[in-house]
Design a protein around this ligand. Structure first.
Ligand code: CTP
Length: 403
């Protein structure tokens, strides 16, 4: 999944021959899952038609301040357009447009949108080699990058003039990769490894029966999403669940029993920076697992249970640099019990769920939690979707971990 999924991309097109490649650029952004709106300089319409671009982007294309095709002469609001974009990509960016951008000239809708936008701006220059090398162009690059705009360097090759050299607009695929990498590099958890447990565990009684619980795994999966959206590489160790996740940065490790979860977690813990254990692990398992299906005989049946290993506690005992987060599901004396677990399991943070709160706990998509840190900061939260809770949790970890 691309980091551009569901992002709003404003694509600015100026009058260079490379504008014909912009149609492909729209396609690639759409394929990456982005929403695209195109804004063009009037002269660029000689190189690529608005009809092509509106068809590919599935949105109207803007090239003048007033919609001339409309008898009511509707004003195209460049301010709204500028604010709509999460990213503004100007490709191709001609010497003329760059010089205007560098000097605040605003004589077309693309430039007005540029001046109105607050989002990151990328520009991909395209021109002939002597223009590219010219001191004036270099001055435009210098000024534009000093404003925080990002230059996607032109490539070297055969140019429309027949000359060979620098000035060819970067290929659309390279423009998309450049932007994706740039966004990823700025994510706060880029380069961090996060280990997460989720779901229930099933403890076998015989080949067909087990002792389990009602955990859906939703909370852990939402945490995996939130962490990976912040750029982390996530290992998600999950018990049996119907939840699904597809994200380039998430590796799912399915397990069934507490013992399997323990082993899998220990395989990854040392290399992790953050570990968040949200699984509802069975505290006990049958002492003996029958090889064959157990037949009914007597009117009562007793199962002897033994304790499983406490995964969270075992990590608290060996942690070095890792930031360790546990969950506590309590029904009474909640704060006291949660604080007790925070200390006894050597945690940095504990997330308290109280089953007394309506909408919190198993199977539902909402949760009401209290965060308690090892420095005794207590943050009570409203009832929220599990996705919001996961985002809040990751923000708090970021704050604590990088304080
Ligand atoms: N946990 C774990 N391994 C276990 C049991 C629990 O890693 N064998 C983790 C859970 O993932 C959770 C935390 O420990 O993060 C708290 O689990 P909970 O069942 O609420 O607490 P327990 O320590 O098991 O204590 P009790 O059941 O007595 O409340």
């Amino acid at each position: 999944m691309s980091i551009l999924k569901n992002k709003n991309i404003l694509l600015g097109i100026t009058a260079g021959i490379a504008a014909y490649k912009s149609a492909n650029l729209v396609r690639l952004f759409i394929k990456a899952g982005a929403n695209v709106k195109v804004v063009m300089t009037p002269a660029s319409k000689d190189f690529v038609t608005p009809l092509t671009l509106s068809t590919l982007s599935k949105n109207p294309v803007y090239s003048s301040f007033v919609d001339d095709d409309d008898d009511s002469h509707v004003w195209n609001n460049h301010v709204d357009l500028g604010l709509w974009g999460d990213y503004f990509v100007i490709a191709p960016a001609t010497a003329n447009t760059m010089a205007k951008m560098a000097n605040g000239v605003c004589d077309n809708i693309l430039l007005a949108t540029y001046l109105s936008s607050k989002c990151p701006v990328y520009f991909a220059p395209a021109m002939d080699l002597d223009m590219y090398k010219h001191q004036s162009t270099k001055e435009s690059f210098r000024k534009l990058t000093s404003f925080g705009n990002k230059l996607i360097p032109a490539g070297t090759g055969e140019l429309a003039s027949g000359l060979v050299g620098e000035g060819r607009m970067a290929e659309p695929e390279d423009i998309v990769s450049f932007i994706e990498k740039d966004i990823l590099d700025q994510l706060p958890l880029r380069g961090q490894r996060v280990l997460i447990t989720a779901g229930p565990t099933y403890e076998a009684l015989d080949p067909v029966r087990f002792i389990g619980n009602h955990s859906s795994g939703k909370m852990g999966f939402e945490i995996a999403k939130a962490a990976s959206n912040l750029g982390a590489e996530v290992v998600l160790v999950t018990g049996p669940t119907h939840e699904k996740i597809t994200h380039n940065f998430v590796t799912v490790k399915p397990v069934v029993s507490a013992e399997e979860m323990y082993n899998e977690v220990h395989l990854h813990f040392k290399a992790s920076d953050i570990a968040i254990l949200s699984a509802a692990v069975a505290d006990y398992r049958p002492m003996n697992v029958a090889n064959q299906k157990i037949k009914k005989k007597d009117s009562t049946f007793t199962i002897e249970l033994e304790k499983t290993k406490d995964i969270l506690k075992s990590l608290g005992e060996i942690k070095t640099h890792q930031y360790l987060v546990g969950f506590a599901l309590e029904t009474n004396n909640e704060l006291e019990h949660a604080k007790g677990k925070l200390v006894s399991k050597n945690l940095d943070l504990i997330v308290l769920n109280s089953l007394q709160d309506k909408g919190a706990g198993f199977g539902v998509s909402t949760n009401k939690v209290t965060f308690i840190t090892s420095s005794n900061t207590i943050i009570e939260n409203e009832l929220k979707s599990k996705s919001e809770v996961a985002k809040d949790l990751m923000q708090l970890i970021l704050k604590q971990n990088h304080a």
